[in-house]
Write a protein that binds this ligand. Structure first.
Ligand SMILES: Nc1nc2c(ncn2[C@@H]2O[C@H](COP(=O)(O)OP(=O)(O)OP(=O)(O)O)[C@@H](O)[C@H]2O)c(=O)[nH]1
Ligand SMILES: [Mg+2]
Length: 280
């Protein structure tokens, strides 16, 4: 993404750490807690700032970087690339799938799999986005087997040389074991057809929930091999500091930030640019 555009989109992230510029150590501690960094990491960070010989802003930036710079998944070099998106209800999956399609369209032939066969209007919602971006879609009907939809999408990709398959899945509470089994089934279908896990197995997390999102996210990571996070609704949230406990407790990198409801409102995550955006 062009640097200017990145800066512009990131400007929608709340500058939760701007007051640090003028803050005492006690005030910095309060700012971190208010931003939902959490007690554990706030204490660690404050200790490091006290020990550091750098100024507090530089020291804090270095600490933040340490916590959110997590190794990225390495996709296999075999087509089609598969991106699967799951998460709890309303966390922004379908919107993220549409945004990802828009991003990948520029240098790839993209096909969407509408594998949310649970909710009434799910297929309509994704069809709307597909039409808007002009991207190919394998539609579904309510009650249809989600694995079958993914099977069709991958088969179509293989037959017609699509190189990116993006899979939308049904929103599910992490406590619904039947729905968690369905996610595993989708993964099995991918494995069977392509002899690999989804290259990007993404979990959407609603950033406005802050640290409260961690427990439910953890269950997903125990069920399927999630390898990256998308923090949605990051525009305007005051709890953006929760990114630290989220990355650390789940031991997963953030790959994208959702910063609005429009199709272009998804930013590939760059830790340094992101940290700078929190300060000024
Ligand atoms: N402000 C803002 N709103 C977002 C963002 N991402 C998604 N939304 C909104 O959040 C709501 C839910 O988004 P969906 O994409 O339908 O969420 P979902 O996870 O697919 O929902 P279910 O399929 O019902 O589980 C919609 O109103 C979106 O416009 C974002 O980054 N910022
Ligand atoms: Mg959805």
């Amino acid at each position: 993404m062009a640097f200017n555009r990145l800066t512009k989109v990131l400007s929608r992230v709340k500058k939760i750490f701007a007051p640090v510029h003028k803050g005492s150590i006690d005030e910095i501690e309060e700012i971190l807690l208010r931003a939902d960094v959490g007690v554990k990491y706030t204490h660690r960070i404050i200790e490091e700032i006290k020990k550091s010989r750098k100024d507090p802003v530089t020291a804090l930036k270095a600490e933040l970087y340490k916590y959110i710079n997590i190794p990225l998944p390495r996709p296999e070099d075999t087509a089609p690339m598969v991106i699967m998106v799951s998460g709890v209800n309303g966390s922004g999956k379908t919107t993220t799938v549409a945004k990802l399609a828009y991003l990948h369209l520029k240098n790839s032939r993209v096909i969407l799999a509408s594998a949310d066969t649970y909710r009434d209007a799910a297929n309509e919602q994704l069809s709307f986005w597909a039409a808007k971006t002009g991207v190919e879609l394998v539609a579904s009907q309510k009650g249809q087997d989600a694995g079958a939809v993914v099977y069709d999408a991958i088969s179509k990709a293989q037959a017609r040389n699509f190189n990116t398959v993006i899979v939308d899945t049904a929103g599910r509470l992490h406590t619904r074991t039947d729905l968690m089994a369905e996610l595993k089934k989708i993964v099995r279908v991918v494995k069977k057809l392509l002899n690999k896990e989804p290259d990007f197995n993404l979990l959407t997390i609603d950033a406005t929930l802050g640290q409260n999102s961690i427990q439910q996210a953890r269950i997903f990571t125990q069920e399927i091999a999630i390898n990256g996070l998308v923090l949605t609704k990051f525009d305007g949230t005051a709890k953006g500091g929760a990114i630290i406990p989220i990355c650390q407790e789940l031991n997963l990198p953030v790959l994208y930030l959702g910063v609005g409801e429009r199709i272009e409102d998804l930013v590939p995550f760059d830790p340094r640019a992101f940290i700078d955006a929190l300060f000024d």
